[in-house]
Design a protein around this ligand. Sequence first.
Ligand code: MEV
Length: 322
Amino acid sequence: MCPKPLPESEVVTASAPAKVILCGEHAVVYNRPAIAVPVSGLRVTVQLRRNQGGERGLRLISGDLERYLLLTAPEKQSITDALEMTVRLVLDALQRPLPDMTATIESQIPVASGLGSGAAVSAALGRALSAALGSPLNNPALNAIVYEVEKIHHGTPSGIDNTVIVYEQPVFFVRGRSIETFTIAVPFTLLIADTGLGALTKVAVGDVRRLYETAPERIQPVLSAIGDLVVQARSAIEGGDLPRLGALMTQNHAYLRHLTVSSAELDRLVEAALAAGALGAKLSGGGRGGNMIALVTSESEPSVRAALNDAGARHVYKTTVG
Ligand code: MEV
């Protein structure tokens, strides 16, 4: 089938959500399972249109990310820019030349905050570009591209972020295995609180790697305990046992502290949420800064939200899972 080119007047729009890791981050890099859920209320949206007035090249514009990029030249030998890498991989997959188009990227997801901003930008851009070229990529093909781009952000990503973001559904993820989802017996609500401190996942993942290599006898049992906890968390979700899920999340935070990926700010928010009645709380994602999550009921939500704000959260988002 011959792909239909984008008419001059038409705009193609695509988007992708943020994510949080419910449990199992870092251990997932070492082949233990982890659970992640999309945050559909926080999104990256990309609009693509053909350039007006014969302008050449692909312009990528994002006020939110403070980025402006004009791609005109043939592919460079090594690409280190995530936006450019996304474009080149999509064009390679579709065997298409660089189009004369303009992409406007709007993101509601704070960067370097553990919410998957990088993967969401790649997913939305890849989706919009392939659609604008008349050959929308399916989820497995898009997921493979976003995973490649994730290596720029993360170094050695497990693949959980791109998977939950591209498929936009809760995932029980094991590195290298095909996507697995699960039943959510009782919908549950998370408050997501931002420390306001940017932290690079790549750095935290690298530090855990060094710890793993220098003291494997100390780190292996922690990784295995996290893996066991994730399996129990899945059972708690499937059985609708939210107090149990909360307790497991809080236990997971303690293990992440052993892995040195928490921080005073994250610990303060976790403690504040628990003291205010959250069923459980933990850092989410790479850690060190970024966001934490608290499992709340409709009764505890207002007090936990207030406690998080009092404890210094820059933003508190809410998401319901299931
Ligand atoms: C980041 O969201 C999750 C980590 O486990 C890294 C990864 O899985 O690639 C810290």
